[in-house]
Design a protein around this ligand. Structure first.
Ligand code: SF4
Length: 485
């Protein structure tokens, strides 16, 4: 699947006695797949907080020179994807909010669903949704959280000393939607997950310190070991006295099932399950659900690889490669419009005619969102001499837009929104098409079915969302983006 833009990635570290900017850089590098448009790090040595952020990949934003001013033993970082119209520096994170002689930085993965209500509560807030107004740092709902915290933090500052924790405990219950947050001031690092835990966040231990990261794979790269997931509805505070866990809301776990399908790295664990193994099991389930006579099972690289391996294993059909992927093209789409995405397919994938010619192929993909890429992939296979193309998708039809931090575009952009599987099969030009049933997908995760958000497949949104029509309105206004992950 290559036509949905990913959620964001967050990272936090508190490690006394160590300069942590380099480790934060490495952590963000491991989370690059979650967002390729901007990257940023906030770092403190206990007195001042320095923020460096810019548009681009982690390796484009940071080099020795730009890491050099990031002194200190506590830091947070962020990688981000955004939609057209909000691709600007001011939307890059972490967002820093000065408050009196103090301040804090915040990095957010997810999307709030009650931004309108919150901004009403805040009253006149010049510029919060105005990208041309420099009074606020950016136009995202992350900025809204920053504003809510800044107001409470100011009060806390006056009454309790510099206490971002108190501000968080006042603000978090007012937020609705998806939010995995990392925050810091000059003395503390915080990690927060929304009561549904829609986006992942894990806690690790590193030589005398603590690490927070969107995915466990980011712990590995910094030499940290996994302790546990941050619980839904949990606030974790880390400072010189150690780690405190505060439950600010009752948990009702609804992890995004699409993290298992596509978003998360295969070497990440979610709900204690290996994502790679789960994807293989999805392929095995798919082979049992929709068997077909064929000569070769091949993936759409790279996201379809584990499911294709599982399909081959279960079906007994030999596994082979039909495409070579350019290793240096990630999930990056510099100009995310339909026309450009089309051109990008050939840049990323080139067919191997010697492996394809004269064969009946089972082509396995993890998901189809818009379908533009998939259609071109199939046309390339046919042009390379495939005699039959049987397309197998290791998740159900993606019919409903995500309001919780994955940018899949508006409903009318979703291929399956109003088309039957038969119509999609005709549109793609395949000999047969099958999608994995939702119950089989949930079984393949190895985790309890009720612990997932499945809204994009089922329409069953675990947190009330604005009317889908509202999403159309927001989508049509390129300057207003309330949905950045
Ligand atoms: S709607 Fe889909 S992509 Fe969005 S959080 Fe739910 S399962 Fe994940």
């Amino acid at each position: 699947m290559a036509d949905a833009r990913d959620a964001c990635g967050v990272f936090g570290i508190y490690q006394p006695g160590n300069e942590v900017a380099q480790l934060t850089y490495l952590g963000l590098y491991a989370l690059q797949h979650r967002g390729q448009e901007s990257a940023g790090i906030a770092c403190s040595e206990g007195v001042t907080t320095t923020v460096v952020k810019d548009m681009g990949l982690v390796t484009q934003v940071f080099d020795e020179r730009r890491l050099a001013p990031l002194d200190g033993h506590l830091a947070i970082g962020h990688v981000r994807y955004s939609t057209t119209g909000s691709s600007n520096w001011r939307n890059a994170q972490p967002v820093y909010r000065p408050v009196g002689d103090a301040g804090f930085a915040i990095a957010h993965n997810g999307n709030l669903t009650n931004t309108a209500q919150l901004s009403d509560e805040l009253g006149q807030l010049p510029g919060i949704f105005d990208p041309n107004d420099a009074t606020l740092d950016s136009t995202t709902d992350s900025e809204l959280i920053g504003e809510l915290l800044a107001r409470e933090y100011d009060d806390a500052l006056r009454s309790d000393g510099r206490d971002l924790e108190q501000a968080l405990l006042k603000v978090l219950p007012r937020l609705e939607g998806a939010f995995s947050l990392v925050l810091m001031d000059e003395a503390h690092v915080f990690g927060v997950r929304d009561p549904h835990g829609i986006r992942p966040l894990v806690l690790g231990r590193v030589d005398g310190g603590w690490v927070l990261a969107s995915e466990s794979a980011a712990l590995d790269i910094v030499g940290a070991h996994f302790l546990r997931e941050v619980e839904p509805g949990e606030l974790i505070a880390i400072d010189a006295s150690g780690l405190r866990s505060i439950r600010y809301a009752e948990p009702t776990p609804k992890l995004c099932v699409f993290e298992f399908v596509y978003i998360a790295r295969p070497d990440t664990n979610l709900y204690g399950q290996s994502v790679h193994s789960a994807r293989q099991r999805m392929g095995e389930e798919l082979a049992r659900q929709a068997p077909v006579d064929a000569d070769m099972v091949m993936p759409v690289p790279e996201s379809g690889v584990p499911a294709a391996q599982g399909f081959a294993l279960e079906s007994g059909i030999p596994y082979g490669d039909g495409f070579v992927k350019n290793r240096y093209v990630g999930r990056t789409f510099i100009n995310p419009d339909q026309k450009t995405r089309g051109n990008n397919v050939r840049i990323k994938l080139n067919p191997l005619p010697s492996n394809i010619r004269g064969k009946r192929l089972v082509v396995v993909e993890d998901s189809i969102v818009r379908g533009t890429t998939t259609r071109q992939i199939i046309a390339m296979l046919r042009a390379s001499g495939a005699t039959e193309v049987h397309f197998r998708v290791s998740s159900p039809p993606y019919r409903w837009p995500c309001f919780y931090g994955l940018d899949t575009g508006k409903r009318s952009d979703l291929l399956a929104a109003d088309m039957s599987v038969g119509e999609i099969s005709d549109y793609l030009g395949v000999d047969s098409l099958a999608y994995l049933d939702l119950d089989r997908l949930l079984t393949a995760t190895g985790a309890p079915s009720e612990a997932f958000c499945t809204a994009c497949f089922s329409g069953d949104y675990p947190v009330a969302v604005p009317d889908v029509d509202t999403k159309f309105v927001l989508e049509s206004d390129a300057e207003i983006d309330l949905r950045i992950g």
